[in-house]
Write a protein that binds this ligand. Structure first.
Ligand SMILES: [Fe+2]
Length: 190
């Protein structure tokens, strides 16, 4: 199941006073990992990090055709990405093929749709939600979802993602179908 972490929920991981960490500290912490951090650890870290515009600037860039994934760091245990989305850009319906992860909305408005897979009926719609700035969501295995920047948002979206272990080939799905395809995200501009 997906978990939505924000200041309204009893399981909020909003940092206590003085407990925030810098973006560079988070990168360093991730680079030190020799085994995949738990979802709870990722939630805590990504909820606690403070990211300023200067630190984020190297990872900002938009494409007109599709969202753009910018890798911040990656090792065998964990990876971090910054993804930049124009209005109307969204992922395929996918799962993370054995990885868990968290997403933080850094700027703009993210929409997420959760799906349920039935081996007889195929893929069905479950829930939709909108995630404003500051939202941190966690995806456990085997969540199936689609995220993106609503076409009606009128603004760019910037999200920060941490996955453990790093994403490889993802599985994609189609509504009403039992078909599962493989998909390799394209990280960098050609
Ligand atoms: Fe995802």
């Amino acid at each position: 199941m997906s978990t939505l972490i924000n200041t309204d929920t009893p399981i909020s991981t909003k940092p206590l006073a003085g407990s925030s960490i810098r973006f560079s500290d988070l990168i360093e912490r991730l680079n030190r990992q020799t085994s995949p951090p738990t979802l709870e650890q990722l939630n805590l870290w990504v909820s606690s990090v403070e990211i300023d515009d200067v630190e984020l600037e190297p990872y900002i860039g938009f494409k007109e055709g599709n969202y753009w994934r910018h890798r911040v760091c990656r090792n065998d245990a964990v990876e971090m990405l910054v993804i930049c989305w124009r209005p109307g850009q969204q992922t395929p319906i996918h799962d993370h093929n054995g990885s868990h992860g968290v997403v933080r909305v850094q700027q703009g408005l993210m929409c997420e749709t959760i799906f349920a897979f039935d081996t007889d009926k195929g893929l069905g719609h479950d829930t939709d939600r909108e995630c404003p700035v500051g939202t941190v969501t966690g995806a456990e295995v085997p969540d199936i979802h689609q995220i993106g920047n609503p076409a009606s948002s009128g603004q760019d979206l910037i999200t920060v993602h941490v996955y453990a272990p790093p994403l490889g080939v993802l599985r994609t799905y189609k509504l009403g179908s039992v078909q599962v395809d493989l998909y390799t995200p394209n990280d960098f501009p050609s």
